[in-house]
Design a protein. Sequence first.
Length: 245
Amino acid sequence: MITLSALLLHLNVMSSFSTPLKSDLQVIQINASYKNPDFAGQLERLHQQRWDILVLQEFSDQNRALLEPFLNNYELYGYEEVEGAPYGIIVISRITIHNRQLVQLDGDRLGYIKLTFLIDDDFITLYTAHPPSPRNESLWLRRNWLLNELLIAVQQEHTPWFIAGDLNTVPWSGFFINEAGNKCADRAPLYASWSLFDAHINIFTGLPIDHCILSEELSLVDFKLSKFNGSDHQLLKYNLAVNQN
């Protein structure tokens, strides 16, 4: 039974690569931590890497000047003073951002960001949010409110979409669209992305709370977790592709 189960799981993963793909898109996302002492060095290293979209969460306004190297060759959401890193989120993109929307559920205290990109001939929509950690009943209710609004939004979305962020909930949450293969967590055995002991993030000390979630029009081509110095979260790096019709 164990051998058969492993074989079926292997076949399921292999089948996810059988669909013809186009419009490869490389995404990096990280909860950098507001108090990260090594954020400048980590951002410099990211600046030298190859990616298409970078999602930074828990971005401190004190680090705004560190984004200046990106201004000439990238598009930024959250950098301008009128945007002001809403909910501590900055999105940096090599691809033109065609539509920008800040959805406020409770002013500047709770909401999410919706950005649409044109890649080749395909529009792809990014939803990013950082719900509060459910440390008490009030925060638990606010987290659930935000996750529920995200679920409603993507169910009504007409373009291929993906959600990226520290969602402060687990992959088997009822707020997720739980089809096999449509989450980063499906590609990592014993997945964990956060721990109180950031040097030892694993199944015993960590929780799987940082996520990418994809619509059925997209495929997850590759996925990797890596350490991000100064943060108690892991960095998520993955490639998306639009499925051929």
